[in-house]
Design a protein around this ligand. Structure first.
Ligand SMILES: Nc1ncnc2c1ncn2[C@@H]1O[C@H](COP(=O)(O)OP(=O)(O)OP(=O)(O)O)[C@@H](O)[C@H]1O
Ligand SMILES: [Mg+2]
Length: 424
């Protein structure tokens, strides 16, 4: 059995999660052998704001996962998200090198390189170049041009960029821990890879990852990533509003939010008997403190306005993308925020689209704890890694791997350049 070790570090605003996985290269099966989650500190809205604090958290999480797996992490795929993420769709065109013969890998590399040539300020870095379709001599909709013949090769790509400062900070932390960056992956894209079905991506779907401090969006149209963005509001903001409204601590507010969400149907049934506005949170045992607020006040006044705001912003992003009429599969919500109740009900009302909650799938091993929306990005990083890492001696036939590898190679070479600056 030929296996490949792949590691992922998901640096979130609420938690840092590390996974070590073994991928069976024959069956494509992903088996998790090490996992750890540690409460995050020093990250706000996806940006590192305190490098010392986040270093400690990442170190703890990495050590935990390494101990469980009995293996050291030498390199890992890293999630990046938050409002510093931008995306743009860019085209490239080249004349094929052998007009009478077949289009070869080198033509594809050249045309993608042409599409990458966007003007970029020094404060931004490309982290993803994802081909959406190829066009050969005017014929559109081609997913894999290698082996076809033609004179003029065009490509439509989706490019994601991130703040150079933030990437540098992450690299510095990982460098200190002796971990190489296999690639920076937009967290929304990683979550999409672990939760969306092929049919959803084909028909058109919006992936929404509601984390602690931010909400990532990835829109797929005709099986290709077409739009990526991130909103600076997450599920922690709902907790803050509960704390302010009930005049209680953040810890108590978090506990109320999670208890309400985990026992939502039971709580509703209980409250129905006496009426929502008459049932207090203390009666429902939602709180350790004596808080004499009604369930109705909690949901309608302290939680709903923020949830509505999140969905209004998601609606604005969908409109901005220009793909609003092409989302036949509706919305898939994931991230820890997807567990908050009654979030999906409010979302359906505001956006008028069907919503399902997405959990990561297609993995085995130590999985029970991991197969929840909170770890969609973490598991997705491993799926991304599986498609991107080429092992020695492996046949370069898999077209996606060739394309993706281009991108990863570039990231790796940039990391090497960055490290070289510090070598005297
Ligand atoms: N069972 C639950 N019910 C309700 N909310 C939950 C539950 N479990 C987790 N959450 C919420 O999910 C949020 C954390 O989500 P997640 O772990 O996806 O964040 P993150 O990835 O660390 O953050 P980000 O992606 O924004 O940087 C917290 O606000 C937490 O309250
Ligand atoms: Mg996250």
């Amino acid at each position: 059995m030929q296996t490949q070790l792949i590691s992922a570090i998901d640096i979130g605003s609420f938690k840092v999660a590390t996974i070590i996985a073994l991928v069976d290269l024959e069956t494509d099966e992903i088996r998790i052998i090490g996992f750890n989650q540690t409460p995050s500190r020093g990250v706000r809205k996806g940006l590192i704001v305190d490098i010392n604090k986040i270093s400690e958290v990442i170190e703890k999480s990495v050590e935990g996962a390494e101990r469980m797996a009995g293996k050291k992490i030498e390199s890992a795929f890293i999630s990046v998200g938050g409002p510093h993420i931008n995306s743009i769709n860019s085209q490239g065109v080249v004349a094929t090198s052998n007009p009478n013969g077949e289009i070869v890998e080198e033509d594809v590399e050249r045309v993608i390189e042409a599409a990458r040539a966007i003007s970029l300020s020094t404060t931004r870095e490309i982290i993803e170049v994802s081909p959406r379709e190829f066009i050969i001599d005017g014929q559109e909709g081609i997913k894999n041009p290698i082996g076809m013949s033609g004179v003029r090769l065009e490509v439509e790509t989706h490019i994601i960029t991130a703040s150079t400062t933030n990437l540098k900070n992450i690299r510095r932390v990982l460098d200190d821990l002796g971990i190489d960056v296999d690639g920076f992956v937009f967290s929304g894209l990683a979550s999409a890879m672990s939760t969306l079905t092929p049919t959803e991506k084909e028909l058109g779907v919006v992936l929404v990852d509601i984390g602690g401090g931010k909400t990532d969006l990835a829109i797929y149209i005709e099986d290709a990533l077409a739009y990526s963005s991130s909103i600076a509001i997450g599920s922690k903001h709902i907790t803050n509003d509960i704390a302010v409204g009930l005049r209680t601590s953040l810890e108590e507010a978090e506990s109320i939010k999670v208890k309400l969400s985990d026992n939502y149907n039971k709580i509703l049934q209980k409250a129905k008997k006496h009426g929502f506005s008459k049932t207090s949170l203390s009666e429902l045992k939602l709180t350790r403190e004596k808080l004499d607020f009604s369930l109705k006040t909690l949901i309608d006044e302290f939680m709903t306005p923020r949830i509505e705001e999140i969905f209004n912003l998601i609606g604005e992003e969908i409109e901005k993308s220009g793909f609003g009429n092409e989302i036949k599969s509706g919305i898939v919500i994931t991230g820890g925020g997807a567990l908050v109740k009654p979030l999906t009900l409010i979302g359906k009302k505001i956006l008028g689209l069907s919503i399902r909650i997405g959990s990561p799938s297609n993995i085995t091993g130590l999985v029970e704890e991991i197969l929840t929306p909170q770890f969609a990005t973490t598991v997705g990083l491993i799926s991304y890694g599986k498609e991107n890492i080429m092992t020695e001696g492996q046949d370069r036939k898999d077209f996606n791997k060739i394309l993706k590898n281009l991108n990863v190679d570039n990231t790796i070479s940039r990391v090497k350049e960055f490290v070289k600056q510090f070598i005297p």
